[in-house]
Design a protein around this ligand. Sequence first.
Ligand code: TUI
Length: 322
Amino acid sequence: MIKTMIKTKICELIGIEYPIFQGGMAWVATGELAAAVSESGGLGIIGSGQAPADWLRQEIRKVKAITKKPYGVNVMLMSPFVDEVMQVILEERVPVITTGAGNPGKYVPMLKEVGTKVIPVVASVALAKRLEKAGVDALIAEGMESGGHIGEIGTFPLVPQVVDAVKIPVIAAGGIVDGRGLVAALALGAEGVQLGTRFMCAEECTISHLIKDKIIKAKDRATVITGRSTGHPVRCLDNHFTREIDQYEREGMAPEEIAQLGVGRLRLAMVDGDIEKGSIMAGQVAGAVKRIEPAALIIQDIVQSAEREYERLSERFGERRV
Ligand code: TUI
């Protein structure tokens, strides 16, 4: 049992023990992973990506069978199934949703009506302000250190600017991997953190072991950004696929054609384990992920190392005051 002082407003708002969210990664964050994280005191989030509504219902049922604790669903707003996915979320009374890759404003009233907490991911102050007005419960400010579809601003500049622009709680995401990142996020004014890449290496994460190995072997400069020409930049681990896209972009291939090349590549990586032809979306912290371990140990390590770092900082400030 962990005894901790790291309790924030977001813990109270959604009824979790620790202010730690597991990113809702498409093809990665299945019911198994989300349930393990929630059962360990964080917020586990199913990544619905571009999956059909039936798939989501099945994953929600898996979570409900394993844990009674709160969990979430991430809705990728560019999905062709977004309306059906929202319908399943309403029917299953999902406690929390996060959203990505768009503006979820029009869905807020119906979600609030059934008591679902809405926590969109934003990559800019402008969208943060608009969504606060639309009535969302909290925001995730995601820096460009993250894996997958990213904005243009880093976590350190983005989080305090969003915190200053809104009154609702802000969760920091992008570039966070351990307790140091949690303490730093709290120092920036965030009420919690979201981690994706580290949870890819949770034992309960069902992705191919070849992808987990590649993350564990990754160094600090292992990720690249592809797809800038399409207007949807994506961070992933450097491999044959990213080098191919890079070359086509430099040769001036039409953005629609570039986008077409990406179709099915995330599944190819995560499910089929194709580490060369697949798109291995992962954040800049890949180089700091050292081992495969149960989700409970990841949460415990973040909480315990945050406490140690907080102590260390308190001692520093203490010495100054004397
Ligand atoms: O959504 C993510 N990460 C993702 S989504 C994804 S699937 C995908 N693959 C290729 C292209 C597009 C999607 C893989 N990884 N993170 C949350 C996030 N949301 N990051 C950035 C944003 C974002 C960007 C622009 C949110 C809103 C936005 O503007 C919308 C508007 O209308 O102003």
